[in-house]
Write a protein that binds this ligand. Structure first.
Ligand code: ASN
Length: 338
């Protein structure tokens, strides 16, 4: 038997395997597999053996749902004994959400999962897809990586710390509150001191990933009706993207009544900051007090993407609201700094 590592590549969708159509770029079944098959660089002895699975339907990631996150996690979990590592090829638009969700869903997995994609399709001149795919595959073959990473351009980032920071640049992702796990330059260098340690290897996935959670960005002049709609049944969770350290307008009595009524019904509220850098501290300002009274939990330095995915996962796992609040503020997959 060959000692080449075996990597499972799930092509979920995204620009990397898209073709130009009359209405713009769209994923075309078979195209990515063909591009990989016809690229001799991906079939040399230094590159691990790749098994590609194209999902159906292929998605522009703008259409990805939490159910798709669960589908990817299940796909990886059922194959975890058969492969050394996993690559998820995904659209960039919601890649940070999917990478975050996979980190929570697969938090017991002891193998590398690398999410990547591209800004220009593989078959198009100047595509960044070939380099991103190659780097992702090489990172997925490493023995020291045992977590969900996002590889893009020269950055190797912790998946649940990422945000899409550029709509057109080749360095399209950042992890504002955590230094990169590594860099892919002339050499692929990973800083082992930043990696997560061994996990149990056991993965327990929820049956469905369907807990209704909303996401609301606070803004000057926001009407109470918007918050009311965001907390109305069937909502079980709400991520509030507050200002700065986690503040919101407190001059509007209707807004505060709505918040209290939602909390009364048991809606779990998590608070993140609109600032990309820094952390939430609900004890810093009086304008955070109504959130504390509503039992809201500060998301510390979590990204909005991670906070949303985390609340969906925790509520779908069936914990009671108090346990969800406790877990939301705990470090489950390296997504926050306590
Ligand atoms: N719209 C695409 C997607 O998210 C963007 C990309 O992949 N670069 O699927």
């Amino acid at each position: 038997m060959s000692d080449r590592k075996r990597i499972y590549v799930a092509y979920v969708g995204g620009t990397i395997g898209m073709k130009s159509t009359e209405s713009g770029y769209a994923p075309v079944p078979g195209h990515l597999t063909e591009q990989v098959r016809d690229n001799p660089q991906l079939h040399t002895a230094e590159v691990p053996e790749l098994s590609i699975c194209e999902y159906a339907p292929l998605l522009d990631s703008a259409n990805a749902l939490p159910a798709d996150w669960l589908r990817i996690a299940r796909d990886i979990a059922t194959r975890r004994q058969h492969y050394d590592g996993f690559v998820v090829l995904h659209g960039t638009d919601t890649m940070a959400y999917t990478a975050s969700a996979l980190a929570f869903l697969l938090r017991g997995l002891d193998k590398p999962v690398v999410v990547t994609g591209s800004q220009i399709p593989l078959g198009v001149l100047r595509s960044d897809g070939r380099q991103n795919l190659l780097t992702a595959v090489l990172v997925a073959a490493r023995d020291d990586v045992r977590e969900v990473c996002l590889v893009f351009g020269s950055h190797i980032l912790r998946g649940c710390r990422t945000v899409k920071s550029s709509a057109s640049g080749f360095e399209a992702f950042a992890s504002p509150n955590l230094p990169p796990l590594g860099m892919a330059g002339v050499q692929i260098q990973v800083d082992e001191s930043r990696l997560l340690g061994h996990a149990s290897g056991a993965v327990g996935l929820p049956m469905d990933l369907d807990a209704p959670v909303n996401l609301l960005r606070v803004y000057p002049g926001m009407p109470a009706g918007l918050l009311e709609a965001a907390m109305a049944p069937p909502a079980r969770g709400l991520i509030v993207e507050g200002y700065g350290a986690g503040t919101l307008p407190t001059h509007d009595a209707a807004l505060l009544r709505t918040l209290a009524a939602g909390a009364e019904r048991g809606v779990v509220v998590g608070v993140v900051s609109q600032c990309v850098d820094g952390r939430v501290d609900l004890n810093a300002y009086a304008t955070s007090q109504p959130l504390i009274e509503a039992g809201a939990v500060g998301g510390l330095d979590m990204t909005t993407e991670a906070a949303y995915a985390k609340l969906v996962v925790l509520l779908s796992e069936g914990h009671d609201p108090d346990e969800v609040r406790r877990l939301f503020a705990s470090d489950l997959a390296g997504e926050l700094t306590v």
